[in-house]
Design a protein around this ligand. Structure first.
Ligand SMILES: Cc1cc2nc3c(=O)[nH]c(=O)nc-3n(C[C@H](O)[C@H](O)[C@H](O)COP(=O)(O)OP(=O)(O)OC[C@H]3O[C@@H](n4cnc5c(N)ncnc54)[C@H](O)[C@@H]3O)c2cc1C
Length: 511
């Protein structure tokens, strides 16, 4: 059922069993799990069903440190959330991503890859992906012309990705949510404060505001924040009437360890003779899967590097492509035009002829860093919530890891007599710690409410429950401890489904 929060009387009290804040990939995935249950679910969405400039303005904030995209255009603020923008690249995290790695400070999740496997398989359905099978052999059996480069898999292996259409949650799931009798979707319901009991051990209610000047109160037994990594941190920090540092922030961890994936052109691949490298190309609309080159767990350990992958774009196309960080502006219409041009040029790269040269493009996790963080500004948005400041930093480990990845790929090409790899200039001098102007991220926001079973080291526990508060949970990539190499949405949907099962088990036992 759908209710526009602007059209109900001011100061309405809304009550339910579960209150989910935010209707993007995480929030909608959770809500779908509760349809036809005996529970009354309140789904609060700040925006309406369409893009509105006034709503996007609530996301405006400052960025300091490493150059970043304007915050008001890096996320979408309406039903469906940022899936209205996303490109659909999906792959599960590797087992090593969850492990404690001595050379990656602050690494190590309290859960492992096998804890997520069944949820990844379920998340595939939400994202319209193929079977939960990432072995190249599965895809090669479907299309025998998908040849791999002849590398030693103990060094460099083919990491498969799948492509969502991309599923736009706001379009695909609108009717299902709106027609579900026990899901009460409130649009124009921006949560501006979360209030707890006197001991700050249980959330009592949240405050909802909108541009019509109305304020409502929502009470529930369980609350789930699903506003995405920057907004989850911002809302916890801004809910500071009872504890000056904000909710869940006794150990000053909320907002820290913000992570992105570095997405950056890094090297050129020159082959001895032209090849199509079809396994590595985005074959739009057909295979719905491709491989990127990745470094084995053993070699990551040996060289003490971060996890990252390399993708291929024909060099003559790639050289003409501007960097994402230059294309993506606060002007949405202009950005849309830039991205369409970019996509058209990329599609040309999946033509039938072979190429001798490719640009190698890196996606890599960044090492968790407490100094990369979200804090509150003194300036407020139109609903009275302090705006965010994102301070983003990179470390030398990221740069050394990228260089090592291409040295290993280059060695494998040489051994196979296939060709050569030429590092881009910014990677050539080992002691150069600077980053080029075109350095950018993948619009992936992670880590601001990290997971740990130790309240001194994390904001949420292994069940995504905020430490010290018995009924407040967080769904989304803000819970990530490390970022893995793959884009975040498949993993965050898997985590949301896992969280949903956990809350169901608590509801059943009235815990
Ligand atoms: C250009 C671009 C390309 C991308 N490509 C990929 C890709 O290929 N693969 C991939 O895995 N990921 C990709 N992403 C990232 C992906 O979009 C996000 O990982 C995903 O949308 C996050 O889901 P979420 O539900 O956590 O947040 P969102 O989808 O952002 O949803 C959050 C929801 O919460 C609502 N909300 C926020 N604050 C409040 C509040 N205070 N009160 C009420 N509601 C609130 C918002 O309106 C929104 O609906 C891309 C992102 C961008 C921008």
């Amino acid at each position: 059922m759908h209710i526009d929060a602007r059209n109900i009387p001011d100061q309405t009290l809304i009550e339910g069993d579960i209150c989910i804040i935010g209707a993007g990939a995480a929030g909608i995935s959770m809500a779908l799990e509760w349809i036809n249950t005996p529970y009354r679910v309140i789904l609060l969405e700040g925006g309406g069903f369409e893009y509105e400039a006034q709503m996007q303005d609530l996301y405006k904030g400052k960025t300091t440190g490493q150059r970043y995209y304007p915050l008001e255009s890096a996320r979408l603020h309406y039903f469906g959330g940022t899936t209205g923008h996303w490109a659909g690249f999906c792959a599960p995290f590797d087992p090593i991503d969850f492990k404690k790695r001595d050379w990656v400070p602050h690494s190590g999740w309290p859960i492992q890859r096998e804890d997520l496997d069944s949820f990844y398989a379920r998340a595939h359905k939400n994202l319209d992906l193929g079977p939960y099978d990432y072995h190249p052999s599965y895809w090669k059996a479907k299309d025998p012309s998908l040849d791999s480069l002849p590398f030693n898999e103990a060094v460099v292996f083919n990491k498969m990705w799948q492509f969502s259409p991309p599923t736009r949650f706001g379009t695909k799931y609108k009717e299902t949510v709106v027609h579900a009798a026990n899901i009460h979707l409130y649009t124009y319901a921006n949560v501006t404060n979360i209030a707890a009991n006197e001991l700050v051990s249980t959330i009592k209610e949240v405050t909802v505001k909108n541009f019509s000047g109305k304020t409502h109160t929502v009470k529930a037994k369980y609350f789930v924040m699903a506003c995405c990594a920057i907004q989850n941190a911002r809302l916890l920090l801004a809910s500071n009437k009872q504890l000056p540092k904000g909710l869940g922030n006794r150990n000053d961890l909320v907002g820290r360890y913000f992570m992105e994936h570095l997405e950056i052109k890094s090297a050129e691949l020159w082959l001895v003779k032209p090849e199509l490298l079809k396994l590595y190309a985005i074959d739009y609309g057909k295979t719905k899967a491709r491989a990127e080159l990745a470094i084995s767990e053993e070699k990551q350990r040996e060289f003490q590097i971060l996890n990252g992958t390399a993708s291929f774009t024909p060099l003559d196309i790639a050289r003409k492509q501007p960097a994402f960080i230059d294309m993506w502006t606060a002007d949405t219409a202009q950005t849309k035009k830039n991205m369409e041009k970019f996509d058209q040029a990329e599609k040309k790269g999946s033509s039938k002829k072979g190429y001798r040269s490719f640009q190698l493009f890196t996606r890599i996790e960044q090492a968790p860093n407490p100094n990369s963080r979200i804090t509150l500004d003194t300036e407020q948005d139109a609903l009275g919530v302090p705006r965010s400041i994102l301070h983003w930093e990179l470390t030398p480990l990221e740069k050394r890891s990228i260089r090592t990845i291409y040295e290993l790929i280059g060695q494998q090409l040489g051994i196979a007599s296939k060709g050569r790899v030429r590092l881009m200039e910014y990677l050539q001098a080992e002691n150069d710690k600077t980053w080029p102007e075109f350095t950018g991220g993948g619009w992936h926001h992670m880590g601001t409410t990290r997971m740990s079973n130790d309240p001194n080291l994390g904001v949420v526990d292994a069940n995504c429950k905020v430490h010290g508060i018995n009924n407040l949970f967080i769904a989304g990539s803000s819970c990530y401890v490390t970022a893995g190499a793959p884009n975040p949405t498949l993993t965050l949907v898997a985590l949301a489904l896992r969280l949903s099962d956990h809350i169901k088990s608590r509801v059943a036992t009235k815990a």
